[in-house]
Design a protein. Structure first.
Length: 319
């Protein structure tokens, strides 16, 4: 059931008392699981409001089930991506390119192949974007036409492709790595050591959870890495003792958060509904948590995110 609640602190606190609630930011409604006693609980929670007035329009559908009837193409794009469990970063990137494309070509151009070719050619000739950037824009537009509009496209003719440069990778020597790590300190140094010793990408390191580190078998489980694939990598021996001390500090911070009614983290997919207590369990906590909390836009819950990758990048650059 979907409920639209007029804003007030009392109503917000009342709707948050319902377990498994979910805020749908696009439709601006609360989604509640259909239980047999849901109407009675709503009447008790909102004694001064009529249930008919609270209920959202029937046309509002949860984004995981079907495309909304909204005429806004960006709403349909976001829903189509969430149905396919695409990553939030891909979602933001695709929406950015599709928004720019719609401003130029409109929501449904009569000749989509020509519109796509014109848009991408301008990126290469006028904006002078990199080849990888143009390819990302191409994939976003193909997704819009094929998955959202349901169009079968022919080959895009007349497209001017950005030329991909041939560059040599920059690889630090062992002495250079040691010099950089010697200047760094604290959590960024520990993260940089893991990057070097375990072969992790920056975001993979930031997204590690406590349960992903196996001290008994000296290994790290990387979840949903590149290509959304899991893999195992070695836990460097040089990081074992510092990591254990780091976990002690993180556990003290988590215990303090629990005392203050916090200590919750976001879980992938719908695990929080399947395991309601998992968001506050120790194993699911971020290995490198952020120093402050944020308010989840979908649930309204105050949580602690993982440390942003820019923290490590800035520390490495400063070193």
């Amino acid at each position: 059931m979907h409920v639209r609640v007029p804003y007030s602190r009392e109503r917000l606190a009342a709707i948050k008392s319902f377990p498994d609630r979910r805020w749908l930011p696009t439709e601006k409604v609360w989604s509640l699981p259909d239980d047999s006693d849901l109407l009675e609980r709503l009447k008790a929670a909102f004694p001064g409001d009529s249930i008919d007035g609270l209920a959202a329009p029937a046309a509002v559908q949860p984004p995981s089930l079907c495309l909304p009837p909204s005429r806004d193409p960006l709403v349909r794009v976001r829903t189509a991506m969430r149905m396919r469990h695409m990553s939030p970063r891909t979602e933001d990137s695709y929406l950015g390119w599709i928004r720019r494309y719609l401003a130029q070509a409109g929501p449904a151009p009569k000749e989509p192949e020509a519109a796509i070719a014109r848009f991408l050619s301008e990126l290469a000739t006028k904006a002078v974007v990199a080849a990888s950037t143009q390819n990302q824009a191409l994939h976003a537009l193909l997704f819009y036409h094929q998955k959202v509009l349901g169009q079968e496209l022919d080959r895009v003719q007349g497209l001017i492709r950005a030329k991909g440069p041939e560059r040599l990778p920059v690889v630090l020597s062992r002495d250079e790595v040691g010099a950089v790590l010697g200047v760094m300190s604290g959590t960024p140094r520990l993260m940089a050591t893991l990057l070097y010793g375990a072969g992790l990408r920056v975001l993979e390191c930031c997204c590690l959870r406590v349960k992903d580190v196996d001290f008994a078998q000296n290994q790290i489980v990387v979840r949903s890495g590149k290509g959304n694939k899991d893999r195992l990598t070695t836990l460097p021996g040089a990081t074992r003792a510092p990591l254990e001390r780091h976990l002690e500090r993180v556990r003290e911070q988590h215990t303090e958060d629990l005392k203050n009614g916090l200590g919750s983290v976001a879980l992938p997919n719908a695990l929080s509904r399947k395991y309601p207590n998992a968001p506050t369990e120790w194993g699911w906590q971020w290995l490198f948590p952020a120093t402050s909390h944020y308010v989840d836009s979908e649930t309204g819950v105050r949580r602690r995110h993982h440390l942003h990758e820019s923290v490590l990048q800035k520390a490495f650059h400063a070193a």
